[in-house]
Design a protein around this ligand. Structure first.
Ligand code: TMO
Length: 361
């Protein structure tokens, strides 16, 4: 009958894990082997296909930016949960606010749930103009990001909150790291404070904390000893709800203050003004999202947090020391009606119908 070389035999044995020596049963074995190989192929294909389709199904992948302050981190978690309710595969991309713009442009990141006017207006304007991001609505809040001090500081520096008081009282804020200048404790976000210090002739030096945790630790230390400190703060945040204090009142913000050095009390330098006092808080998505993930876009557009909703969540984490996942779960649990409404808009209903058809067929 069929003759085989040793090599072929050993190959067959290798595939089949059966050793056979009797040539009369060889044909049967060959059939069995080819059957087994076909079954194996079918298995591999059936295992592989869903993976392949997932990999190709980029319209279901959405990545959400995570920055380095609490409200943004909690809101990012909540947004992830809502998108997952609609079948999106969501991952997080960690970034600081400077690096997030190229990430959005390259579609490495798709969603930024908190764009603050005081720290991000300029970059946002550029990104919108170039079409790298698409506007997804405002949160119904008024934001402010500015120098801030605890109430007891006012007794030591009576002219506050007017900024000129700082020309007289800067020695209150002397610090080993900045001496003979006073320390202004900033976060990692703001890059204009040095310009402001220069333009207004303040005897301060900016020291940046690495993230909000580090900032609050230092603030805590000073407040517990009732020592003078002046630092970067914002609203909505937990601080105004738990600690008495005020923002410094710098000269009123105007766009020309930044764009036109001759504007304002310093005719040589820009930034001789404060940050906007009733700033916005926007949401943006990367340019591919509205078309390829319309339901995700719709959810982000409907996703709206008020000042109270934000400061409540932040206080839970930064003051009551619950973790971010706890805060997310608590919020989802207590606001079901609200977010279920956010995920059942027109586009999401259409997506739901399509998903149902996919499953049926
Ligand atoms: C961006 N931030 C709210 C920290 O100012």
């Amino acid at each position: 009958m069929l003759s085989r070389t040793d090599k072929e035999l050993s190959d067959l044995e290798h595939i089949n894990y059966i050793s056979f020596t009797d040539s009369s049963i060889e044909l049967g074995h060959r059939l069995a082997i080819s059957l087994r190989i076909s079954i194996l192929l079918c298995l591999l294909l059936s295992l592989g296909l869903p993976n392949l389709s997932n990999a190709d199904n980029t319209q279901d992948k959405v990545s959400i930016l995570k920055n380095d302050w609490t409200s943004q981190l909690v809101l990012a978690e909540i947004a992830k949960h809502l998108l997952e309710q609609k079948g999106y595969h969501v991952k997080f991309v960690n970034s600081n606010i400077r690096q997030q713009w190229p990430l959005l442009k390259r579609e490495v990141a798709n969603v930024q749930i908190e764009v603050w006017e005081g720290t991000m207006a300029k970059e946002l304007e550029k990104a919108l103009k170039k079409g790298h991001v698409v506007y997804a609505g405002d949160h119904p809040v008024k934001t402010r990001e500015e120098w801030w001090y605890p109430e007891y500081v006012e007794k030591l520096c009576p002219g506050l909150p007017h900024w000129r008081a700082l020309l007289v009282c800067s020695n209150l804020f002397l610090h080993p790291a900045t001496r003979p200048k006073a320390r202004y404790l900033g976060g990692p976000w703001d890059k204009y404070d040095e310009s402001k210090i220069r333009a207004l002739g303040l005897n301060f030096q900016l020291i940046k904390s690495k993230n909000s945790d580090q900032l609050w630790k230092e603030v805590d230390r000073y407040i517990s000893r009732q020592e003078p400190i002046i630092f970067f703060n914002w609203t909505p945040n937990w601080v105004e709800a738990r600690i008495k204090g005020k923002f410094v009142e710098f000269p009123e913000y105007a766009p020309e203050c930044i764009s036109d050095p001759s504007w304002g009390i310093n005719t040589k330098y820009p930034w001789d003004c404060g940050n906007p006092k009733a700033g916005w808080l926007k949401k943006v998505v990367s340019s591919s999202i509205p078309k390829r993930a319309p339901c995700a876009f719709e959810i982000i557009q409907k996703f709206e947090f008020t000042n109270n909703m934000i400061s409540e969540l932040v206080a839970m984490v930064d003051v009551d020391k619950k973790d971010i996942v706890f805060a997310k779960s608590w919020w989802l649990e207590t606001n079901q009606k609200l977010w279920k409404n956010w995920i059942s808009g027109e586009k999401c209903q259409a997506r739901q119908a399509n998903l149902a058809v996919d499953i049926d067929s």
